[in-house]
Design a protein around this ligand. Structure first.
Ligand code: P53
Length: 489
């Protein structure tokens, strides 16, 4: 009973939300570097210039109806949270020592693509960028922490976005595979676990997740196809370079945890359909072909994707070794629009659940249900690579954050994961909490929305000393890891 002996406990981050050093060591700008700060009530924007020199900010990151000749650019007078983030670039030794103190077996991180290929199009990689990750991996191994690396965590060289719309264009596959070959070869003895595309089903976010400056289903689905092909090619290539690599896909599983608002079969069908819009991504990456229901859906909705000869074969040959996933919440849906049928809207409130300050439903049982579903569907090992609660922590008079709400959240979710293992027989490889140290929020760009066991002194106006302090949850999670998930008190 209980978790595997070699269970991979740890934490997870993404370069664009953590590293900072955006112009250091020869790094080029990314799509994430032109995204401004938003808030709970106001979406982030993206800055650009027009050929006449005028400067603009989009409303929201679903970039659409852009005037001809628009070029995304960093402009004076805006706050861009990714530029400094919380400066892992200069604090990695200190932070990794804290992860080691927590007892991490693994640390999930991403490699910033434009740190290795500044525009994405160079023939040769940037040695200084490669050296930085060598140092990070060496530091992790010093403490016997196994790195788990996401190759694409929402970050694309900005030049690829400006030149051809990033993943909307097939040429991006070639640039990405060149990047993969470089890092696979360089780190083949330092990194064993790789993830291809973070939350691939969040390609629906467009610019934020994949640097695509468009909001059009035909373009999005074509871009998704390019990512499927790129992911499968990366899996094949990785296996050639080192047969011991374990390469997984990554699904935003909250989006599959869709409950019908009532027992009306119309609502049930709606929930099933919406989950299908998400599961289809893992279907392609785990089974190696598009499922029939998705092909029919695209046909019915006039979505035509162009596949090249050989694509079907690539998808078949490049299926993943395991499934990694994020889980934050469940959602509800209804066939009656006023009850909220759009899973992206936070408006549909589940009356049986409490929510976080950011309106995220807290649903540990939904976590168990989703793990069970995913394991039934694919019979592949599951790796939970994101789970956690974003909260506006207050530093107490004693200088410490007393985050019992965070401990409650993790306790209930780790218990639910344990139930999935012990009661449903799900094969879970490991668990990494999201943002074990406070980092920039992807959705809003805020610092105020904190996930960490480690507090970082930085505010939303770019102020703060960047000093790291342990919250109450730090000792709690340390104890959980030390007991391999047995002691959740
Ligand atoms: P934040 C929502 C919006 C953007 C990214 O989210 C998201 C989600 C939730 O599915 O996905 C992941 O920071 C993502 C992380 C992100 C985390 O959720 O908006 O993989 O990069 O930080 C949490 O609170």
């Amino acid at each position: 009973m209980g978790f595997r002996k070699d269970f991979l406990w740890g934490g997870a981050t993404a370069a664009n939300q953590y590293e900072g050093g955006w112009q250091e060591g020869g790094r080029g700008p990314a799509n994430t570097d032109v995204m401004t700060k938003g808030s709970k009530d106001q979406a982030r924007g993206v800055t650009y210039v027009l050929p006449d020199g005028s400067e603009h900010l989009t409303r929201g990151v679903a970039v659409k109806d852009l005037p001809k000749g628009a070029e995304f650019k960093v402009l004076e007078g805006y706050t861009y949270p990714s530029h400094e983030a919380v400066d892992f670039y200069h604090h990695y030794k200190e932070d990794i020592a804290l992860f080691a103190e927590l007892g991490f077996k693994t640390y999930r991180m991403s490699i910033s693509w434009p740190r290795i290929y500044p525009t994405g199009m160079e023939e040769e990689p940037n040695e200084e960028g490669l050296k930085f990750y060598d140092d990070v991996f060496d530091e992790l191994h010093k403490y016997k922490i196994e790195p788990m690396v996401t190759l694409h965590h929402f970050e694309v060289p900005l030049a690829l976005t400006n030149t051809w719309g990033a993943w909307a264009d097939r040429r991006t596959i070639g640039c990405f595979i060149r990047f993969c070959r470089t890092v696979f070869e360089r780190y083949k003895n330092k990194v064993k676990y790789w993830l291809t595309f973070n939350e691939i089903n969040n390609i629906y976010f467009g610019f934020l997740s994949s640097g695509i400056p468009a909001d059009d289903m035909n373009i999005t689905m074509q871009a998704a196809h390019h990512q499927f092909v790129a992911s499968a090619m990366a899996v094949k290539l990785g296996r050639e370079i080192n047969p011991d690599f374990r390469i997984g896909c990554m699904l935003a599983a909250s989006r599959c945890t869709v409950y019908p608002a009532t027992c009306n079969p119309l609502d049930i069908q709606k929930a099933w359909e919406q989950a299908g819009r998400q599961y289809f991504f893992t279907d392609v990456q785990c089974r190696g072909y598009y499922p029939s229901y998705q092909l029919k859906f695209m046909e019915r909705n006039g979505i035509h994707i162009h596949m090249e000869d050989g694509d079907e074969e690539i998808l078949k040959e490049g299926t993943v070794d395991f499934i990694s996933l994020s889980y934050y919440r469940s959602m509800i849906t209804s066939a009656t629009p006023e009850k909220g049928s759009d899973p992206l809207l936070l408006g549909a409130i589940n009356p049986y659940l409490k929510a976080t300050e950011w309106g995220i439903a807290i649903d540990p049982l939904g976590f168990r249900i989703t793990l069970h579903n995913l394991y039934d569907r694919y019979q592949l090992p599951l790796m939970i690579v994101e789970n956690g609660i974003g909260a506006a922590d207050e530093v107490g008079e004693d200088g410490v954050v007393h985050d019992d709400y965070r401990i409650d959240f993790f306790r209930s979710h780790i218990q639910a994961m344990k139930d999935a293992v012990e009661l449903d027989g799900v094969d879970v490889m490991g668990y990494t909490s999201w943002g074990p140290i406070d980092i920039v929020s992807a959705g809003t760009g805020e610092m105020r929305k904190r996930y960490g066991f480690i507090y970082v002194d930085k505010d939303d106006e770019n102020g703060g000393t960047l000093k790291r302090t342990k919250k109450d949850s730090f000792l709690w999670y340390k104890k959980v890891i030390a007991s391999n998930g047995e002691d959740l008190d």
